[in-house]
Design a protein around this ligand. Structure first.
Ligand SMILES: [Zn+2]
Ligand SMILES: [Zn+2]
Length: 285
């Protein structure tokens, strides 16, 4: 089993065969955290969670000493939409994601802020905030994390200021945080590979959002270059961000204890090599 020091490393794992198996799939790699989908990510509806699967999931997570788990919301849930019909469907679907995460005892629900379509960025931003205000309830346990976007098409949240303005308009701010996807932020145009570029990007994040809102990372390399606005993940060390970029994050002690989860193209079949690439640059702490 790999030794990650103070790094809370994990990976997105499959739930095929049942969600109760996800914890062990992550444990194979020594992961103390992981990410899953709680339902088919390309469908609106889902069968209710099987109570024995929920029980099994919670037991395994405790047995494997895992936590700060992330569930990734369905890709269909465009919280930024201006279309009233779609919006009511999205609100319903997102509320279902919240209920399922709480049932499973998962701490974080990650979602893509979505697309503004033909609307202005300002409108898109207020749509996302309004949608969040509608779905967030005072009794939910799960935190909702806005994922930084690569900036493809009309995507919302590819600049830290955009995420900051969404959170500014959310009523229950204590229920929201941010997931920093290293591939997306790089593709969005932040130079997080050079030492100086990394420091200034993190400073910009702190100014626009606040570092205390940073609750999770998607640790991915990128097939496309900085500023390409293309969201194509690559195995760690094999992309344009490279181990130099990844090294900045894994060696930043401010982020130790915050989950860093791989979403690399080969999934579980590639994590051994992703781990080896991380270990190769990880300084002893
Ligand atoms: Zn991601
Ligand atoms: Zn992505």
């Amino acid at each position: 089993m790999a030794e990650f020091g103070n790094l809370l490393l994990g990976g997105h794992v499959s739930t095929s065969g049942g969600i109760s198996g996800a914890s062990d799939r992550a444990n194979v790699f020594g992961f103390r955290t992981f990410q899953v989908f709680s339902k088919n990510q390309m469908q609106w509806n889902a069968k209710p969670l099987d109570p024995s699967e929920v029980k099994g999931f919670r037991e395994k997570v405790a047995e494997n000493s895992q936590g700060k788990i992330m569930v990734h919301a369905s890709y269909l849930l465009n919280m930024g939409t201006s279309d009233p019909e779609l919006r009511s469907k999205v609100i319903e679907g997102f509320s279902l994601e919240i209920r399922r995460a709480d049932e499973l005892g998962i701490e974080n629900l990650v979602f893509h802020p979505g697309s503004r379509g033909k609307a202005t960025m300002e409108q898109g931003i207020s749509n996302v905030a309004e949608s969040l205000n509608e779905v967030i309830n005072s009794t939910q346990k799960v935190s909702i994390l806005l994922e930084a976007a690569a900036g493809q098409g009309g995507s919302i949240g590819h600049a830290f200021e955009q995420i900051g303005s969404i959170i500014d308009q959310v009523d229950q701010k204590e229920k929201v945080g941010v997931c920093f996807d290293t591939c997306h932020v790089w593709a969005a145009g932040y130079d997080i590979r050079s030492g100086a570029g990394y420091e200034s990007a993190i400073q910009e994040f702190d100014d626009a959002i606040g570092l205390k809102k940073l609750k999770g990372f998607h640790l991915n390399d990128s097939k496309k270059g900085m500023g390409s606005h293309v969201d194509r993940h690559e195995q760690i060390g094999l992309g344009t961000l490279g181990v130099e970029g990844i090294s900045n994050f894994v060696n930043d002690t401010r982020f130790h204890g915050i989950p860093m989860v791989f979403e690399t193209p080969k999934g579980e079949e590639g994590y051994d090599l992703d781990i080896a690439a991380v270990i190769s640059v990880l300084k002893k702490s």
